[in-house]
Each structure stands twice: as structure tokens, then as C-alpha cells.
Write a protein that binds this ligand. Structure first.
Ligand code: ADP
Ligand code: GLC
Length: 474
């Protein structure tokens, strides 16, 4: 597998959670799995390099050292190239992407090819998201006659179609792809070069991370301009729901919680609520419901609806605490900061990224808000279910596939009124504690461990496929 992040080494969102848990689940099923990721500044180097590769990319040369470590039966390879990856952030700073991201991730793809040639011979290469989109182009075009790579199955997973890795056509020279491939049936997308499109076109099989999102991305509303492309590739497109890592996300064992609890004994959850209110600097009124949010502040996540509902005079949120952890869009960060200023003692906002606090919000809240505009899978609502924290979600993508009406609350249209209504319904239901506890227990009993989904990936790796090499006009 190749990706731009993997927990616990480097993480900005759910992609890392998947790369930190799916490979181990496959290993438990008997597969031999290796993962290739960049060595960012936050990743300590394990020992000495296994190999150093010269990567000749367009006019430039990069020397990439490959380090390796083992975790849960999986070999993790880190591509170390300080000029590209030794930076303060993963993708960019202050909301601006690094201008050489196409080069950074093109080099990652060649590093993965080097690993596949010298250190770990795969029968399947599973590439994740736009950062790995050129890998199969290099394999099938630049290395078409190299027998080392004959017969390798190429699987591409879309974790988020909103991030496509689109660059000007001139980037083709920087990343060493044949400009003849900049063609509507190839790499070209609105006059530029699209890494995401490359992944979709060149893979033998494409999937995304929930069945509903697999259908949605074939429509103009969710397709980000690629719905036509995806409809034309519908026969090789599927949806496989993410699993979660219950070794990391389980209130019975969670290393970050002050007290543990289970479906049978929920008393510890009340302690977690007390600790959360303390951490958040809110009054210790344990009978008042806590609404929790842990989120990237991106257009995708529906945080503008939360800001809208919270500011209404008749907002149902006025009867609850709100505890927020997130960062991203500076406009949303400011809006949440303002909200906390205007409503002290009721709203607590922490801007930033904090693993421990994320776990404590999952455990200490009563209700978790996830009103996403779109959500390929979403993991926080699944964690919420296991933590007995009832999710309020918009009925889209993986939220639709994981939250039922007997475990959570949903609304359909993307509007503040819908979110407000769903929060009001949840808060009304909270007042009937015996019934609420039954709902909490139903959510905690749901099982989203990887076993079933990892087996679906095994099928995808093995299913016989029609040839899907693109055909070019010239
Ligand atoms: P996405 O990948 O789109 O951000 P997911 O729900 O799939 O959404 O996964 C988000 C992951 O990132 C979860 O593990 C969540 O706890 C974590 N996360 C998001 N924002 C923060 C934050 N500010 N601090 C700590 N963890 C965060
Ligand atoms: C993306 C999506 C999220 C999904 C995660 C892991 O970040 O936004 O919905 O859960 O990838 O697949």
C-alpha cells in the first residue's frame, strides 16, 4: 500500500487511521502487507536505511533513503528525502498548499516502485488518494516493458474526491510523465494534469470508502467534475466501508481516558463527562447534555451549519454544552472562537490538533455532531457509537451507511433548519434517560471492526478483471 499518511506515524485525518489499521487486519487474514509513506519531520528514523534510491524526476534528481520498521505484522517503509518532506506540516502551511506537492508525491510513488523492486515484491499495489495517482501511470507507461512489474494488480482507493491533486499542464514535465498522456481519456482534466484522474483511469479496480459515497460520486452534486468519468468506469468502481481500530478506539481500554467503561457498566462515562467539562473549563453540571465536535474545519464538514444554528435566538443548542476541537479554515476558526466568547460557560472551543482531547470528547460527550456536506466514510461517528455518544449526522455517504435511526439522529437537506431539528430531536430524546440509555447501548453494540471490510478488499485484490488499460487516440 502506498499513501501520504499512516497512523500512528503521521496523521491529518481518517486516511491515516485507515493506513494504520487496514494493513494489520489484512495481515491477520494471512496476507503479507507493506506500506510506503513519506518520512515527515514528525517521524523518528528507525535505525539505518535499508536502501538509497536515486529518483530522476523530469529535470531533477532526488536521493531517497528507505527506512523500515514493523508494526502489528505489517512492514512500514518510510521514504526519507529531507528537501521534500522535512517540513513543519504534511501538505502546506497557513491554509496554503506547498507549491511542489506534485513533485513531493511523485517522488513518493517512485520510492514505492523502488521498494517493490528491491525490498518487497507485491502481487497487488493498493494506492490511496490523489497523492498516489501517478503510481500506476509510471508502472504501466514508463515501466511498461519491465518484467519485474508484469501482472501486478493495481487497486486505487478514493478517500475523498474533494482533493484531486490538479496541477497546470506544465507540471507534466516536472513529474516526468509523457505529455502525450495529457488527453481527455488520460491525465487531462480541465486543461491541466490531475493525479486523482490518473489513479481512476489507470487502476484495474477503483473503490471508495462507503457504498453510498460510491453511488454519490457518480452524480454531479458529489462528483467534483469527475462524475462522468466515474460513471464511465462504473463497472470497476465499488464501495467498501472503512472499519475502525478498536485497539485504539474502545472506552474499555482507551489510554487517554481518566476512567474506562463498557456497555454493561456505563458509570465511567459520567466520570469522563466530568473530566471533559473540567478540561473544557465549563461548569460541572452533569445533567446537562454535552454536544461534542472533533473535526477538520473544511467546507466538507458542515461546520458553517453549526455556527448558524448556534447563533440563532431560538437555537436548541442553548439547552446544552458545546465542546469543540478542530482546526483548518481561518474563517471558521474565528467564528468558533467568537461563539465561545459570546457564550462562555456554555461553549468551549479549542483550536488545534490534539489526540488525547479528541478521545476525551468522544467519551465525555452525550451527543456528537457531524453535519457533513459530504462524507466519504467518516470515522468519528463510528467512534461515537462505540463510546456511547449518540451521533447527529447528515444522511450522506458513510454517515448514512453507519448511523441508523435507532442509534442516532439524521437530517437530509444541507440546511441549518435540518441540523437544528435533528439536534432538538436528540435533546428531547435525552430527557427520557432509560430510553436514551437503551439507544446508547444499541450504538455501542454495533461492530465496525475491520474483519468484514478487509475480506472485501481481499476479494477486490483477487477478482478477475477485464483489461482496463486506457486506449489513446494517438
Ligand atoms: P476526515 O478524514 O475527513 O478528517 P474522519 O472522520 O474519517 O474525517 O477522520 C478524522 C480523524 O481525524 C479522526 O480520527 C479524528 O479523531 C481525527 N481528528 C480530526 N480533527 C482532529 C483534531 N483537531 N485533533 C485530533 N484529532 C482530530
Ligand atoms: C477521508 C474522508 C473521510 C474518510 C477518511 C478515511 O478523509 O473525508 O470521510 O473516513 O478519508 O477513508
Amino acid at each position: 500500500m502506498v499513501a501520504s499518511e499512516a497512523a500512528p506515524f503521521a496523521k491529518s485525518g481518517g486516511l491515516a487511521d485507515v493506513l494504520g489499521s487496514l494493513p494489520a487486519a489484512l495481515a491477520r487474514l494471512g496476507e503479507k502487507v507493506a506500506v510506503v509513506v513519506p518520512r515527515y519531520r514528525s517521524v523518528p528514523l528507525p535505525g539505518s536505511p535499508a536502501l538509497t534510491l536515486p529518483v530522476l524526476l523530469g529535470p531533477r534528481r532526488f536521493d531517497v533513503a528507505i527506512y523500515q520498521t514493523e508494526r502489528q505484522g505489517v512492514r512500514y517503509f518510510f521514504a526519507d528525502c529531507p528537501p521534500l518532506y522535512d517540513r513543519p506540516a504534511l501538505y502546506g502551511e497557513s491554509g496554503v498548499d506547498y507549491p511542489d506537492n506534485h513533485i513531493r508525491f511523485a517522488v513518493l510513488n517512485w520510492a514505492a516502485i523502488g521498494v517493490a523492486r528491491f525490498l518487497f515484491r507485491p502481487t497487488v499495489i493498493h494506492a490511496h488518494d490523489w497523492q498516489t495517482g501517478l503510481l500506476f501511470v509510471y508502472l504501466r507507461e514508463n515501466l511498461a516493458s519491465d518484467p519485474t512489474f508484469f501482472g501486478i494488480r493495481c487497486v486505487f482507493t478514493i478517500h475523498n474526491l474533494g482533493y484531486q491533486g490538479n496541477f497546470p499542464a506544465t507540471a507534466a514535465a516536472d513529474v516526468g510523465v509523457n505529455p502525450g498522456l495529457l488527453h481527455p481519456e488520460g491525465l487531462e482534466f480541465f486543461g491541466g494534469l490531475s493525479f486523482m484522474k490518473a489513479g481512476i483511469v489507470w487502476a484495474d479496480a477503483v473503490n471508495t470508502v462507503s457504498p453510498t459515497y460510491a453511488r454519490e460520486i457518480q452524480t454531479p452534486e458529489f462528483g467534483f467534475g469527475m462524475d462522468g468519468l466515474l460513471r464511465s468506469r462504473a463497472s470497476k468502481l465499488s464501495g467498501i466501508l472503512n472499519g475502525v481500530d478498536y485497539q485504539t478506539w474502545d472506552p474499555e481500554t482507551d489510554q487517554y481516558l481518566p476512567t474506562h467503561y463498557s456497555m454493561l457498566d456505563l458509570s465511567g462515562k459520567r466520570e469522563c463527562k466530568r473530566t471533559l467539562l473540567e478540561d473544557a473549563g465549563l461548569p460541572l453540571d452533569l445533567d446537562r447534555p454535552v454536544l461534542g465536535i472533533v473535526s477538520r474545519f473544511a467546507d466538507q464538514k458542515g461546520m458553517d451549519l453549526v455556527v448558524d444554528v448556534a447563533s440563532r435566538a431560538n437555537s436548541p443548542m442553548k439547552n446544552a454544552f458545546l465542546v469543540v476541537l478542530g482546526s483548518g479554515d481561518p474563517v471558521l476558526e474565528a467564528a468558533f472562537r467568537d461563539m465561545a466568547k459570546v457564550q462562555p460557560g456554555r461553549v468551549s472551543v479549542r483550536i488545534g490538533y490534539d489526540d488525547q482531547y479528541a478521545h476525551r470528547i468522544e467519551a465525555g460527550s452525550d451527543i456528537f455532531l457531524m453535519p457533513s456536506r459530504y462524507e466519504p466514510c467518516g470515522l468519528n461517528q463510528i467512534y461515537s457509537l462505540r463510546y456511547g455518544t449518540v451521533p447527529v449526522v447528515r444522511a450522506t455517504g458513510g454517515l448514512q451507511d453507519t448511523v441508523d435511526l435507532d442509534t442516532g439522529f439524521k437530517f437530509a437537506g444541507y440546511a441549518a433548519a435540518g441540523l437544528s431539528g435533528a439536534i432538538a430531536a436528540a435533546l428531547a430524546a435525552y430527557e427520557d434517560r432509560p430510553k436514551w440509555t437503551e439507544r446508547v447501548r444499541r450504538g455501542m453494540a454495533k461492530d465496525f471492526s475491520w474483519d468484514a471490510s478487509a475480506a472485501e478488499y481481499q476479494n477486490l485484490y483477487r477478482r478477475p478483471l477485464a483489461s482496463s488499460r486506457p486506449v489513446f487516440a494517438s
